[in-house]
Design a binder for this molecule. Structure first.
Ligand code: PLP
Length: 381
């Protein structure tokens, strides 16, 4: 129940046991082209989805490398650990970083972004996050995209944990760049990084010519646009085979249904937390569909909760940085169904009891069950 690497469906594991393909062999070239094409469906885009052998941070770095230049101002929005990564990356590349950093757990306020961009008309790029995994908050990137467009800014969104879990319609919402990774809702191992980049953002990057070498968008776009597509570097062939199968599963379920399943799992988790009379962390809202972050009771040693859960067979995340020991994060991102939630809530009840909290056993499980009984969305295939 962590937000990645997440569990992998048996079908995906099995295909990775097959012989490793040579990346210029017809079988791989065909698979590569098919995966690149079908990835667009998950991003809801017509863009090329540029693919790198890297973790999600590699895709974030590609965005910063290609969109920034030393001394040029950018806006980085951060209300958690991963938003802060945008700030760190932009600083590492020498950009002049204007930050909008409300407290961890807050939702980014599009009106505030509007105000900052109004005060800094020279800013041409905005970085923000879809699902802030450290707090559970899913930000309103659609509204942020409207603001960015009004100020004629390129918007780059980190959807590493959000893609395939939280609703995201890149083209319809007008988001220039979406970056993601393979090990979250895409149900694959870590190692593939994606950057779905609009023509406008590609042109903007080309004008700067600053993308470095491996992460240079123009280089990868040129290779992927060949017929048949070619990768400028050796692709992570085994992970492409895995992603081929994972995409098949997403296509069978339908991306809208995948989002609905995540929403249901999150609703049931929130109902369980409420039944335990525990509070959610921050300002998650109704669309916190990727990770449920809950405040641990003050009377227990919260830092011990993940360890007790692990002994019971559940791997979940505690808080990061200043939230260590204060919150628990139960992820429902990827290959999860109703019984993963029910089992986790059951283990949470037992763990809280073991650590001295007064628990009415079964209340969280019962509350979540009622959500599933009322809206029986099928479990993951
Ligand atoms: C929202 C978000 N952004 C970025 C990252 C970093 O991705 P990676 O660890 O794959 O580099 C993560 C990882 O958990 C994440 O959840």
């Amino acid at each position: 129940m962590t937000a990645g690497p997440t569990p992998i469906p048996p079908r995906v594991s099995q295909v990775m046991a097959e012989p490793v393909l040579y990346h210029r062999a017809p079988a791989f070239v065909e698979l590569y082209g098919s995966v690149l094409e079908r990835l667009k469906g998950v991003f809801r885009t017509q863009n090329d989805v540029l693919t790198f052998a890297a973790s999600g941070s590699g895709a974030m770095e590609s965005a910063v490398a290609n969109l920034t230049a030393p001394g040029e101002p950018v806006l980085a929005c951060a209300a958690g650990k991963f938003g802060e990564r945008w700030i760190e990356l932009a600083e590492a590349y020498g950009a002049e970083v204007v930050t909008y950093a409300p407290a961890w757990g807050q939702r980014l306020d599009p009106a505030e972004i509007d105000r900052i961009l109004g005060d800094h008309p020279q800013i041409a790029v905005v970085f923000a996050t879809l699902s802030e995994t450290s707090t559970g908050v899913v930000h309103d990137v659609r509204a942020i995209a409207e603001v960015a467009r009004r100020h004629d800014c390129i918007l780059a969104i980190d959807a590493v944990s959000g893609l395939g879990a939280a609703e995201l319609r890149q083209d319809e919402w007008g988001i220039d760049v979406v970056v993601a990774g393979s090990q979250k809702a895409l149900m694959c191992p870590p190692g593939l990084a994606f950057a779905s980049v609009s023509e406008k953002a590609l042109d903007f990057a080309s004008e700067r010519g600053n993308g470095g070498y491996y992460f240079d968008w123009a280089k990868t776009a040129k290779g992927q646009r060949k017929d048949p597509p070619d990768s400028p570097f050796t692709p992570a062939v085994t992970l492409f085979s895995a992603l081929d199968v994972a995409l098949e599963m997403i296509e069978e379920e339908g991306i809208e249904q995948v989002w609905a399943r995540h929403a249901l799992l999150a609703r049931a988790t929130r109902a369980g937390v409420a039944a335990l009379k525990l509070d959610l962390f921050g300002d998650p809202g109704e669309n916190a569909n990727v990770v449920t972050a809950l405040q641990l009771p003050a009377g227990i040693d919260g830092g011990k909760v993940p360890g007790v859960l692990r002994r019971l067979g559940i791997t979940a995340n505690g808080g990061q940085n200043q939230l260590k020991g204060k919150i628990l994060r139960i992820a429902h991102c990827g290959y999860f169904g109703a019984f993963d939630i029910l089992t986790s809530l059951s283990a949470l009840e037992m763990a809280l009891h073991e650590l001295g909290h007064d628990v009415d056993h079964g209340v969280a499980v019962g509350a979540a069950q009622r959500v599933f009984v009322e809206s029986p969305v099928p479990t993951a295939a």
